[in-house]
Write a protein that binds this ligand. Structure first.
Ligand code: AMP
Ligand code: GLY
Length: 427
């Protein structure tokens, strides 16, 4: 079958890489794609905000299945617009994508279905929010309700900081995403991510992962989309996974179905593991980036039938097989990221770096120009390795990075440190 993948990041390169191995695949198209994706799919210049253009492309290229990578088109209703035209799609409807599109929506759903999460209050008015803060204990978390590309969350250590965050939201610093604000308690514990395919009624757990959001070693500096990740997350024991399914994922699936807006796609739960058990920090309605890269490295089974079964509502007949090994990915970013950075620097040495069956390099922000590979994004490459231990995967990833020549690039040198320390304590 012809498949059309939407997106341009390392997540989409990893999906494209996995899908390319499927015997069911005839041809893979990707919009807009990137320099790495262009080696395994035909990258096409269709604006992903133009749903009519996407439908027209599907019609003229006999596309039978569309896979949507990022959240913005889902929240904008791309899955609905494709379904309405009879085109099969992997990804939730606009109504179901509210699980990521509105933090207040998810908090209300958690309250209604007793899903463990931080206590919260929603505000549409600045003054009420500011007055409420005077009654709160610290630290306190202030969030813009809508999609803010990972920037609309503030962990405030003082009331003044919390008030500044509220003002920033209502002043429009996050556009319409900040027109409503959620203020919630700060959870304490270790974070982990849990992924499940959901077909409306059935949830099939995928795997766990942990990422590093801060830009510098030691988890210091500003937040990013993620500077590295590994899977599985050693802290997610069998018991934690079972509790997450029973206390968080399954009640959510049931809630969405009972409300008449069933969730279909991948549900990504950001968790805080507290002494009382897993608590939901937030939902995403798409794969994590770079978590998807490590998931795809560990997946043995063909992924295309699983994505089709999700869209078709027949996941109950499905199972997936995984490598027991750890996969770990290190993000190489352009100097300056997550702030302003230069575009167009040349990268070499990739062929040498991937000369190992345990290594894959997924491109996140590259373009090919003539014979050159150019960095065009903040996050640029995801150097990904498999290993028998976290330590081995980590060593392999950094050995590959050492072969890459890129003056404008930087990376964290400690991806996986928490899991490596845990491994060493256990040894
Ligand atoms: P997000 O951008 O929504 O993924 O949130 C960014 C990060 O903020 C999360 O990964 C957590 O580290 C942190 N965070 C969000 N909500 C809370 C909370 N209620 N308690 C503690 N940390 C939080
Ligand atoms: N790596 C975090 C995310 O994809 O949201």
């Amino acid at each position: 079958m012809n498949v059309f993948l939407i997106g341009s990041g390392g997540r989409e390169h990893a999906l494209a890489w996995k899908l390319s191995a499927s015997p069911l695949l005839t041809k893979l198209y990707c919009a807009p794609g990137n320099g790495g994706i262009s080696e395994i799919a035909e990258c096409v210049d269709v604006a992903i905000t133009d749903h009519d253009a996407i439908v027209a492309f599907c019609r003229s290229n006999s596309i039978e299945f569309v896979i949507v990578g990022p959240e913005a088109p889902l929240v904008a209703g791309l899955a609905d617009d494709l379904s309405a035209q009879g085109i099969k799609v992997f990804g939730p409807s606009k109504a179901a994508a509210q699980l990521e599109g509105s933090k207040g929506f998810t908090k209300d759903l958690c309250a209604e279905y007793s899903i463990p999460t931080a206590s919260y209050k929603r505000f549409t008015d600045r003054e009420t929010a500011l007055v409420y803060l005077d009654t709160q204990t610290l630290p306190i978390v202030v969030k813009a309700d809508g999609l803010a590309a990972g920037k609309g969350v503030f962990i405030a250590e003082t009331i003044a900081e919390a008030k500044a965050a509220v003002r920033s939201c209502f002043d429009g610093d996050f556009g319409s995403a900040g027109a409503e604000v959620v203020i919630e308690d700060c959870l304490v514990g270790e974070e982990a991510s849990f992924f499940a395919l959901v077909d409306g009624n059935t949830a099939l757990p995928l795997a766990t992962a942990q990422d590093h959001k801060r830009v510098f070693d030691g988890d210091q500096g500003p937040n990013t989309g993620g500077m590295g990740a590994y899977s599985p997350a050693p802290i997610m024991t069998g018991e934690m996974c079972e509790r997450t399914m029973n206390e968080i994922i399954l009640p959510t699936v049931r809630a969405m179905s009972e409300r008449g807006t069933p969730f279909k796609g991948v549900l990504y739960a950001g968790l805080m593991l507290t002494p009382e058990g897993p608590q939901l920090i937030e939902y995403n309605v798409r794969f994590g980036d770079p978590e998807c890269q490590v998931l795809m490295m560990r997946l043995k089974s063909d992924f295309l039938p699983a994505l089709l079964a999700t869209a078709d509502g027949v996941l109950d007949r499905f199972d997936l097989r995984w490598h027991d090994e750890t996969a770990l990915t290190v993000v190489m970013a352009t100097k300056g990221y997550p702030g302003p950075y230069e575009k167009g620097s040349v990268i070499t040495g990739l062929a040498e770096a991937v000369d190992d069956p345990n290594i894959e390099i997924f491109h996140a922000g590259t373009t090919k120009s003539g014979g050159d590979l150019l960095a065009t994004g903040g996050r640029v490459l995801n150097v990904t390795a498999r290993g028998a231990t976290v330590r081995e995967a980590q060593q392999r990833a950094y050995a590959a990075i050492a072969k890459i020549k890129w003056d404008q690039g930087f990376f964290r040198t400690d991806i996986g440190w928490r899991a490596v320390a845990r491994e060493e304590r256990a040894a």
